[in-house]
Ligand binder design. Structure first.
Ligand code: IFM
Length: 459
């Protein structure tokens, strides 16, 4: 096997998100987000877990940054908590901004690129009580929050991501109800899509005003949606609709300045078009500098109702999609390991939405980790998962894709949303009782990859 060498300057990092790692939810002026409220609803989160104390990153960030340095990471993707910076969506809270200033300064002192995301799902609960993402006003409140954050950190941060995976915020949060705020109203999900995109566009504008040299992007979760029977027109139509709702409904307005006509038609019964005000698409499609791609698996879809999809469906208006299983290894999330899908996603972006630099902002896997007798965690499965996806990414680079970096998900074991603390995605193990961090084999291996800028073949 040959060495697989990545382009010079390829950015190697690891990612987390505020609600998943910070803990300290009630300190320094922070107020509830929709996830604090959701965690209190019985039965919503496995184990009744909350974000507290979690990995306690709020108090232990210095130790965590030192660990990143030891692992040779070049960049750290983290998110900023809106309810720390503008509690209840209201006035600016200096203590909240100070935390992120300390985090960013510590990263810079260790030569680690800070790569913040403004919104990784923790909408202030007070704003949800006023309608949340179904309300146009929430996009303007987001712009206020972005302004305060960029004014505080703009001199230290080179690249800003506005939103992480708006599909999850809109569809899992407002249609399926399995993420906060737990609503099951398809029309609300449709409204949320547009207002999230508007929030991105408004934030892009305020970032550029406050920090003209900054780069701005968004992160989308992407995967190929493959019809189970490509010879069956009904399967093909389901795949078209789901791809439209998952991918094109975000990519087209951002990168082409228009919503896809077929999806506008599909969403007509849900009042989608009523939320689009003249001028919005110009705001949403203002130039971006990069697109973040989160990739985990592929999806197979069928028009037959015989599949395993659990109700209620996040796919608004698509009644008969199902997700039959194919024979492939699975992670602890029950997600198939499909590295080729990553190549396919990157090639599709390259061909259909050319000229935007790409970063893989999340990729990784949950597996059950066992401490061996020596106290080490030999997470062969996770290491293999990441290696196979890096090979898949490299295949895309060789085909001409402008891929500039890779962040593994996640630096630390953390709060996996509705799964609570039951799933472990970290390359670093966290003992939640003692807060001891133990780099797993995958972390040591990833560290060598980052150092070598290559997957070095073992002879
Ligand atoms: O943990 C999440 C993350 O917050 C968003 N992307 C997917 C990850 C794994 O489910």
């Amino acid at each position: 096997m040959e060495n697989i060498v990545f382009p010079q300057g390829f950015l190697w990092g690891a990612a987390t998100a505020a609600f998943q790692v910070e803990g300290a939810t009630g300190v320094d002026g922070r107020t509830d987000s929709i996830w604090d409220a959701f965690c209190r609803v019985p039965g919503k989160v496995v184990g009744g877990d909350t974000g507290e104390p979690g990995a306690d990153h709020y108090r232990r960030f210095e130790q965590d940054v030192a660990l990143m340095k030891e692992l040779g990471l070049k960049a750290y993707r983290f998110s900023i908590a809106w309810p720390r910076v503008r509690p209840d969506g209201g006035k600016v809270n200096q203590a909240g901004l100070d935390f992120y200033r300390r985090l960013v300064d510590t990263l810079l002192a260790h030569d680690i690129v800070p790569w913040p995301t403004l919104y990784h799902w923790d909408l202030p609960q007070k704003l949800e009580e006023a309608g949340g993402w179904t309300e146009r006003d929430t996009a303007f409140r987001f712009a206020d929050y972005a302004t305060a954050t960029v004014e505080a950190l703009g001199d230290r941060v080179g690249t800003w991501t506005t939103l992480n995976e708006p599909w999850c915020s809109a569809f899992l949060g407002y249609a399926a109800g399995i993420h906060a705020p737990g609503r099951t109203e398809p029309a609300a999900a449709a409204a949320a899509v547009h207002h999230l995109l508007l929030a991105h566009g408004l934030a892009n504008d305020v970032i550029r005003s406050a920090a003209p040299d900054a780069k701005v992007g968004i992160t989308l979760n992407m995967y190929p949606i493959i019809p189970v029977d490509p010879g069956n027109p009904a399967d093909l139509d389901v795949a078209r609709r789901l791809d439209g709702l998952q991918q094109r409904i975000f990519l087209d307005p951002l990168l082409r300045g228009e919503y896809p006509a077929d999806i506008l038609a599909d969403l007509e019964p849900f009042g989608f078009g009523e939320h689009i005000v003249e001028g919005d698409l110009g705001v949403i499609s203002a130039p971006m500098d990069m697109l973040g791609v989160n990739y985990y698996t592929e999806h197979y879809v069928s028009s037959s109702p015989n599949g395993s999809e659990a109700a209620p469906s996040p796919w608004i208006g698509v009644q008969h999609a199902s997700f039959p299983r194919r024979d492939a290894p699975r992670t602890d999330m029950d997600w198939e390991v499909r590295p080729d899908g990553l190549t396919a996603v990157l090639l599709r972006l390259h061909h259909d939405y050319p000229r935007i630099p790409l970063y893989i902002t999340e990729n990784g896997a949950a597996f059950r980790d066992d401490f061996s007798g020596s106290g080490a965690i030999d997470d062969v499965d996770r290491t293999g998962y990441i290696a196979s996806h890096l090979r898949a990414a490299h295949t895309a680079i060789r085909a001409g894709v402008d891929l500039r970096g890779y962040f593994c998900w996640s630096l630390l074991d953390n709060f996996e949303w509705a799964e609570g603390y039951a799933k472990r995605f970290g390359i670093v193990h966290v003992d939640y009782a003692t807060q001891i961090r133990t780099p797993k084999m995958s972390a040591r291996w990833f560290s060598r990859v980052a150092r070598d800028n290559a997957l070095v073949a073992v002879s």
